[in-house]
Design a protein around this ligand. Structure first.
Ligand SMILES: Nc1ncnc2c1ncn2[C@@H]1O[C@H](COP(=O)(O)OP(=O)(O)OP(=O)(O)O)[C@@H](O)[C@H]1O
Ligand SMILES: [Mg+2]
Length: 243
């Protein structure tokens, strides 16, 4: 059996008077791609923030068997785009260099490789505030990769990206997963794409409603429980990425 990249035990999060996550328990296998789905306000971003160690929680979060706060270095995180301060007075390249750790800074030329891979070179000298939504999203994705993480946490990474950009994005994710064995957790609302692309799904609505293979998403009763009403999913004829 593959080792667990992530184990979450009795995880609860309270924000103000709000119980936002209620006693979650699940494990994520190394090398898997997991989609986290659920309605607005269901706690998806909160879950990623707890894993990354940005907010206090009750329970246990283990990354490769160790408490999450000891493993911060092997996590890459792309926050939901509106949570970023675009007005930092920095160019794209400065912003990315600024995020290198003391371990990765000496390997700075490695950054150029990521800039090319993410097609960022053409706007690397632009100020962050002058980027389009999709360009900013690519920069944030690049930032999550520069320190060579083992686990990537992505919060709606393709929102605001055009269809070609989305397709390229999924190809990169697929490549990172298959060639670098990166474990990927991704919050998304794109259920049909997820079906062809992820191999595991967590359905969240304060509690864990489902946890298992992606075809759970096509079970009407699960979607109904998750969203509180009937949901129709229209599968694509052709998978965007062959698994
Ligand atoms: N700092 C805070 N104080 C109190 N409540 C908060 C705080 N931040 C978030 N919440 C609440 O926690 C709940 C979960 O928020 P979260 O951002 O995790 O949802 P989400 O599933 O990511 O939603 P979306 O799909 O809209 O991004 C919401 O009801 C939100 O109002
Ligand atoms: Mg969110």
């Amino acid at each position: 059996m593959k080792p667990f990249a992530l184990e979450v035990k009795n995880l609860s999060v309270r924000l103000g008077n709000n119980l936002v996550l209620d006693n979650l328990n699940f494990e994520i296998e190394e090398g898997s791609i997991t989609a986290i789905i659920g309605p607005n306000g269901s706690g998806k971003s909160t879950l990623l923030k707890a894993i990354i160690g940005l907010i206090p929680f009750q329970g246990e979060i283990l990354i490769y068997g160790k408490p999450n706060f000891e493993q911060r270095k092997i996590l890459g995180y792309v926050p939901q785009s509106y949570e970023i301060d675009k007005f930092l007075p920095m160019t794209v390249k400065e912003f990315l260099e600024f995020n290198l750790t003391k371990e990765t800074f000496p390997k700075k030329e490695h950054l150029n490789h990521h800039l090319k891979e993410m097609d960022i070179v053409q706007f690397e000298n632009k100020q962050l505030k002058d980027l389009s939504g999709g360009q900013l999203q690519r920069v944030l994705f690049c930032r999550a990769l520069v320190n060579d993480p083992k686990i990537l946490l992505l919060d709606e990474p393709t929102s605001g990206i055009d269809l070609v950009g989305q397709r390229e994005f999924y190809e990169i994710i697929h490549f990172l997963n298959t060639h670098h064995r990166l474990t990927i957790l991704m919050v998304t609302h794109e259920i049909t794409i997820v079906h062809h692309f992820a191999n595991h799904v967590l359905c969240l609505n304060k509690k864990l409603i489902c946890n298992g293979p992606v075809n759970l998403l096509f079970k009407e009763e699960i979607l109904k429980e998750l969203y509180g009403r009937e949901i129709f999913v229209y599968p694509f004829n052709k998978p965007p990425i062959q698994k």
